[in-house]
Design a protein around this ligand. Structure first.
Ligand SMILES: [Zn+2]
Ligand SMILES: [Zn+2]
Length: 126
């Protein structure tokens, strides 16, 4: 089980399943949303994902048709993404989990968009 929260603490979430690995995404949308070189992502079944505090504190942005990025209205932390075509899943940003200890990268998405200033080698760590 994992718990996570946003920067200001208004939103708290819980994951009630194990996480074996996560994805890194270097797409332009993730870079803008996170103001970073990449984001972390892991697909969690909706029944294993709980918002334990701050349901009313979410705002969402439709970054492409049917794809919504859910973030804290107060501090802007991006918590997860949903896709209307995959409504049984939430695409959680595991970097917000406070006890996240998974080191295995499942997939590196849009690696061609990796900026030159990102000086680290991205390798499958499995
Ligand atoms: Zn917040
Ligand atoms: Zn992306």
């Amino acid at each position: 089980m994992y718990e996570g929260d946003c920067l200001c603490g208004e939103i708290k979430v819980r994951v009630n399943c194990s996480i074996e690995s996560f994805d890194m995404c270097f797409c332009n949308t993730c870079q803008k949303t996170h103001a970073s070189a990449f984001t972390t992502g892991v697909s969690i079944k909706t029944e294993d994902f709980e918002i334990i505090k701050g349901k009313d504190s979410f705002s969402k942005y439709e970054s492409s048709p049917g794809v919504f990025r859910w973030f804290c209205s107060n501090c802007g932390t991006h918590i997860y993404k949903t896709n209307d075509d995959k409504s049984h899943l939430v695409r959680l940003r595991p970097a917000i989990l406070n006890n996240f200890d998974v080191t295995s990268v499942n997939r590196v998405l849009f690696e061609k968009n990796k900026p030159d200033w990102f000086l680290f080698d991205v390798r499958d760590s499995k």
